[in-house]
Design a protein around this ligand. Sequence first.
Ligand SMILES: C[S@@+](CC[C@H](N)C(=O)[O-])C[C@H]1O[C@@H](n2cnc3c(N)ncnc32)[C@H](O)[C@@H]1O
Length: 234
Amino acid sequence: MCETVRNCRDLASIDADQSVTLHLGNQGRTMGFYQDHIVPHLISLAMRKETFAPYRRRTVSAASGRVLEIGIGSGLNLPFYSAAVGQVIGIDPSPRLLAMARRAGQGPAPEATFIEGSAEAIPVATGSIDTVVTTWTLCSIPDVAGALREMRRVLKPDGRLLFVEHGRAPEPGVRAWQERLTPLWRRIGGGCHLNRAIGDLIADAGFRVERLDTGYMRGPRPMTYMYEGIARPG
Ligand SMILES: C[S@@+](CC[C@H](N)C(=O)[O-])C[C@H]1O[C@@H](n2cnc3c(N)ncnc32)[C@H](O)[C@@H]1O
């Protein structure tokens, strides 16, 4: 079953798809190398696209107070935080992306602190956060419903979830492609799902969605249907 003690321990914390790699011998090791070493660089490169910048500016500049950024990745949002932010805490499971985030440029907000961890178990006190920020992250979290419940838990009662995400498109033809492509896309794209109904997921976790703008960004339609908005913990 597990090839090493480390793999056995990892098995407890990774999703079913990734655990398959443990049974594939050399091919599994290749996929593990790809996920740990190549994917973080691909993510960092792909997320630098200029077309994302207006979305980042709108979403991130609205944050205030004590901010928790979920899936902070290589820290590309950091320059967009305003002086209304007192503290930025960034959480991400990838040590490589966090190392890049530590080197990323900062804006007017105070220097960020980073946690290597998962949004499904946020090591932050209940009701202690003013703003949770997620940008193109809900697509990749294995237990996204559990992660959204955690985000709601850590928010103050008058706190806000600010999000910009890609997800399920309204047209049946595009949706069919999203369903078809997602199994392969998750394997090569760091767990990214193309077919998640982001607005519904946020509402189902008990948030009150205060604003939700949807529409296509430039690019292939299965990958570019955006959900941008604000939600309150209840
Ligand atoms: C497409 S990248 C987006 C990165 C960043 N938010 C940005 O806008 O550039 C998805 C991010 O989600 C992170 N991620 C994946 N699973 C996660 C989890 N369980 N908890 C928190 N973040 C997660 C990945 O490590 C990666 O940094």
